[in-house]
Design a protein around this ligand. Structure first.
Ligand SMILES: NC(=O)c1ccc[n+]([C@@H]2O[C@H](COP(=O)([O-])OP(=O)(O)OC[C@H]3O[C@@H](n4cnc5c(N)ncnc54)[C@H](OP(=O)(O)O)[C@@H]3O)[C@@H](O)[C@H]2O)c1
Length: 230
């Protein structure tokens, strides 16, 4: 398959690109910063801002499916990356007749998601970090989800929990709507998307994905996600 990957130079997008190439797919890596991606066999780099429908339309020429790991940083201001990106990507897909879309969203987008036994997370971290500091980001994720649900594409909204780095794919779990767990390793998120591309178990619904066999080091997680990434 020839797969377009949005957010290809981001931490999840890099796993998606690597794993897709390793599985024998061709990848069109869509990025604003082409210099950040090394040339490789099977990889084409397309320069586009994901919110620019004309540029996205050019990037999607000849592709069979779209995987998006686009993301924005927390901000107190209104965020539009997710919804504007979804608008441009779904518009460009319609123009090309490309039907299959898998987009990273978040477990937070499921209003019923409360991981079992995670009392400190549910009572302290989630309200403070996700619902307060991440309020505008998650509002835009929900706008993205609504926009994608209204299309006639074969979409899957992929909802990971707290992302962390890990060197390999593990025995991750998926579930409809959201999965019961606090963390998701990025290689597992990427692997779940590529597997769903083949298996089509969650077409026109949301797929939660969590990692259970390894847990992140919390101090490292806060440093990597909260401090280093800013
Ligand atoms: N962190 C968590 O705990 C968590 C939990 C659940 C879900 N998520 C979601 O998971 C996804 C992946 O997160 P991540 O931390 O692996 O990646 P990330 O650091 O959020 O990377 C985002 C990627 O999107 C690209 N991007 C942003 N705006 C763009 C635009 N207008 N045009 C083109 N590219 C654009 C960035 O490219 P540039 O380098 O050009 O900026 C980067 O490659 C995100 O949607 C995030 O919100 C995260």
């Amino acid at each position: 398959m020839r797969i377009a990957v949005f957010g290809a130079n981001g931490p999840t997008g890099r796993h998606l690109t690597d794993q897709a190439l390793a599985a024998g797919h061709e990848v069109v890596a869509v990025t604003r910063r082409p210099g950040s991606l090394a040339e490789r066999r099977g990889l084409t780099v397309a320069v586009a801002d994901a919110t620019d429908e004309e540029a996205v339309t050019a990037a999607l020429d000849g592709t069979d499916a779209v995987l998006s790991a686009l993301g924005a940083r927390f901000s107190k201001d209104t965020i539009t990356t997710y919804s504007a990106g979804a608008m441009a990507i779904t518009g460009a897909m319609a123009r090309h007749g490309v039907k299959r879309l898998l987009t990273v969203s978040s477990s937070i987008a499921d209003p019923h998601w409360r991981p079992t036994g995670a009392h400190f997370f549910n009572l302290v971290l989630d309200p403070l970090v996700n619902r307060r500091f991440g309020r505008t980001l998650h509002e835009d994720m929900r706008r993205m989800e609504t926009l994608i649900r209204r299309t006639d594409l074969d979409w899957t909204l992929v909802r990971p929990s707290g992302l962390f780095d890990h060197p390999t794919v593990t025995a991750y779990r998926t579930a409809e709507s959201s999965a019961d767990g606090v963390f998701t390793a990025r290689p597992d998120l990427a692997a779940s998307m590529l597997r769903e591309l083949e298996e089509r178990r969650y077409v026109r619904t949301a797929m939660g994905v969590i990692t259970t066999v390894v847990k992140p080091n919390i101090a490292k997680l806060i440093w990597n996600e909260g401090v280093k990434k800013k």
